[in-house]
Write a protein that binds this ligand. Structure first.
Ligand code: FAD
Length: 325
């Protein structure tokens, strides 16, 4: 398989595209017990659209309560989707395309973070997406580890420190610097905990000031929300690329699930079209068509990269990409 520009920063990929809109996507590690082949099968389907980079999400542990013989419940930690770093290394090795691991504040001490980053550096993975993570299911609010970061901006600072050769152990001598390109998340419809969009943008700016060099947005279904958000960011002094995140609706259930889980609105026209569908096969077609129209408009606006949330399913992303790229 020919490479499409391996070992470059996302910002360099954008610069080298000379104004052309590029295709990228995000995958989830498979559930524990499943083989990496499922990932490769999804990627194989999408390689013809020449993604300059592929994101791999990170999933922190969850708690489950298991009933014991004596009838009492035992709290047990489970990690359902391990393997982000391994998958990224496998992708870079197999496809010669930059893989971007997501890294979280949640569940990581600062030591864990440093070790994670050192592994990435050893593996020639030079891009990283820095996120806070959500609250675990059993808690109402996000709680950092005792020695962990509270906000993504703190995580960005630690990565930037490594980029300048500053490790946690101050006694280390002649350390080598890492070379991470840092992406961060943003929310055109506001992060659910932010009191206002202005406040959210204020803290987004902080992530950029600390060293992040590009932004990927939460999914949205109305492009105007993205355009307005970009306008507000530019007026607020944010100049880095803002990559839109897109997801095609695929099931009726998602009409309730997406607003609940991701705190985004669905346009009335889309809701009506989905409600009218006989089955999920028809919903899938509506979702593809809606996403194609969104993608065409964004491409026309010369957005550098369109980033698709594949959620482990590539067939509808392929159907969209084949009409755009
Ligand atoms: P932050 O930037 O830390 O912001 C969190 C909240 O705190 C916001 O409301 C912000 O306005 C506020 N805030 C920030 N700084 C301060 C401050 N100094 N003082 C007061 N308030 C502040 N989750 C995963 O678990 N795994 C993934 O792989 C993953 N990938 C994602 C990819 C993208 C593109 C996006 C958009 C989200 C992703 N998420 C992922 C979800 C993300 O972890 C959650 O949305 C999380 O709730 C917020 O993360 P953040 O990095 O935006 O947090």
């Amino acid at each position: 398989m020919e490479g499409f520009g391996r070992l470059m920063k996302v910002t360099e990929h954008i610069k080298n595209a000379n104004g052309n809109t590029q295709f990228s996507f995000e995958i989830l590690p498979p559930l524990k017990g499943q083989h990496i082949q499922s990932i490769f099968d999804n990627i194989d389907t999408l390689m013809e659209f020449k993604p300059p980079f592929i994101d791999v999400t990170y999933h922190r542990e969850e708690y489950v309560f298991k009933e014991q013989e004596n009838g009492l419940l035992k709290k047990q930690v489970v990690k359902k989707r391990p393997g982000t770093v391994g998958i990224c290394a496998a992708i870079q090795n197999k496809y010669k395309v930059d893989a971007i691991p997501h890294i979280l504040c949640g569940g990581f001490t600062i030591e864990d973070t440093e070790n994670f980053l050192i592994d990435l550096d050893f593996l020639d993975i030079d891009n990283v997406m820095a996120l806070r993570g959500d609250a675990v299911k059993s808690e109402a609010y996000f709680k950092p580890e005792k020695e962990g970061h509270v906000f993504a901006s703190d995580l960005v600072s630690q990565i930037e420190d490594l980029n300048t050769g500053i490790y946690l152990d101050e006694d280390l001598q002649n350390t080598s610097s890492t070379n991470f390109c840092i992406g961060v998340a943003a929310y055109p419809e506001k992060h659910m905990e932010a009191p206002s969009l202005d406040s959210d943008i204020h803290f987004l700016k902080k992530k950029i000031k600390k060293g992040a060099t590009y932004i990927v947005t939460q999914m949205f279904f109305d492009n105007q929300k993205y355009f307005d958000f970009v306008d507000k960011c530019r007026k607020g002094g944010i100049t880095v690329p803002i990559i839109p995140g897109l997801k095609p609706i695929a099931t009726k259930k998602q009409l309730n699930l997406i607003p609940h889980r991701f705190h985004v609105d669905l346009p009335e026209e889309l809701i009506i079209a989905v409600v009218k569908c006989k089955d999920n096969k028809a919903v899938r077609e509506v979702g593809i068509e809606w996403c194609v129209q969104q993608s065409k408009e964004l491409q026309k606006a010369e957005i550098p990269v369109l980033h698709y949330y594949s959620m482990g399913k590539s067939d509808n992303i392929k159907a969209i990409a084949s009409q755009i790229f």
